[in-house]
Design a protein around this ligand. Structure first.
Ligand code: ADP
Length: 321
């Protein structure tokens, strides 16, 4: 049971909804009568003692903003035991008795190693647009990113159709195909290429040529960055089909923007649960969602397993795409 102070930080790649999650952690802790500190700029800031006490107003006017008001960073030093020890000392100096880490796989791995050293209970929240954290259907920011990608696909279809082009749309996702698969299905793409599913480019190109002969005006191919490069794919597709082919790499716009209602709501629910659990004495868990309900996942299981692409998405794509 924590009665003194906890801290919250964001780390790794930013994602829309991290602010909503951190806000929920801060306000829940204060509601429970526990002081709360913000660690700025991820593990880098933890090591540099960028640790500031927050109040309710510190998290005003934030729920609608993308990015993270706490900042985020990557920190090599934290990968060493010496670095983590320095971080732990800084936390203890401020009287911090528990820590909520909002971040992706790497950040949660860092948290698991900090926890193993003892001295501070850790609760993780999955914050990444990639939706690739094991044990949860959902990660904070994935819905906003998917909406951004679908919006781009809608626009690219208009111009592809006007010129009878093939449009390759490269989306993020790191090594996971979740974002490409979801945006491709929701955006009505003709083909979706993800690292988890085998594809035959000769067959795809032959199909496209046939469809253009029958009058088709456009083809959208969504490709996950983890499967292959959009530029490389464009060159091959153009050569094999002889059809004018363009590529659009969506890039970092997928990380930004005001979070959707789903991301705000789920991030708020996760933030509250994380703060309550930490204060009540829980450690080494990650909170996520399973079939619409908040669930707790063992932190070590979460970081030691690789999340597969939901077979239901793959099946749906095979029927509809
Ligand atoms: P994400 O959390 O989005 O997956 P990274 O993989 O870049 O992003 O991780 C963010 C930070 O977490 C790293 O800069 C590092 O400080 C810490 N981290 C990542 N992996 C490890 C690890 N294996 N051991 C210790 N710290 C790690």
């Amino acid at each position: 049971m924590i009665t003194g102070a906890i801290a919250v930080m964001t780390s790794g790649g930013d994602s829309p909804g991290m602010n909503a999650a951190a806000r929920a952690v801060v306000r829940t802790a204060l509601y429970e009568g526990v002081r709360v500190f913000g660690i700025y700029n991820g593990y880098k800031g933890m090591l540099a003692d960028e640790i500031v006490e927050l109040n309710s107003r510190s998290v005003s006017d934030l729920i609608q903003r993308g990015g993270t008001f706490l900042g985020t960073a990557r920190c090599k030093e934290f990968k060493t035991e010496e670095g983590r020890r320095k971080g732990l000392e800084n936390l203890q100096k401020h009287g911090i008795e528990g820590l909520v880490i909002i971040g992706g796989d790497g950040s949660l791995t860092g948290g698991s190693l900090l926890s193993k050293m003892g001295g501070i209970p850790i609760v993780g929240l999955p914050g990444t647009i990639d939706n690739d954290v094991w044990g949860t259907d959902y990660t904070i920011g994935c819905d906003t990113a998917a909406n951004t990608a679908v919006d781009a696909i809608n626009k690219l279809r208009d111009t592809a159709s006007a010129h009878r082009r093939i449009m390759i749309v490269e989306v993020m996702g790191h090594t996971s195909g979740w974002l490409a698969m979801t945006a491709g299905i929701a955006g009505g793409a003709e083909y979706i290429i993800v690292p988890e599913v085998k594809y035959d480019l000769d067959e795809i190109c032959a199909e496209i040529v046939e469809s253009y002969k029958k009058g088709r005006r456009y083809s959208i191919i969504v490709v996950a960055e983890g499967a292959c490069s959009g530029v490389g794919l464009k060159n091959v597709v153009q050569e094999k089909t002889g059809i004018d082919t363009r590529v659009s790499i969506l890039g970092h716009i997928q990380r930004g923007g005001s979070p959707t209602v789903e991301d705000r709501m789920k991030a708020s629910m996760l933030g509250e649960r994380a703060a309550l659990a930490l204060i009540s004495g829980v450690s080494d868990v990650v909170f996520g969602f399973d079939e619409g309900k908040v669930v707790s996942i063992n932190l070590f299981d979460s970081v030691n397993n690789r999340k597969p692409l939901d077979p239901e998405l793959v099946r749906l794509a095979s029927v509809l795409v």
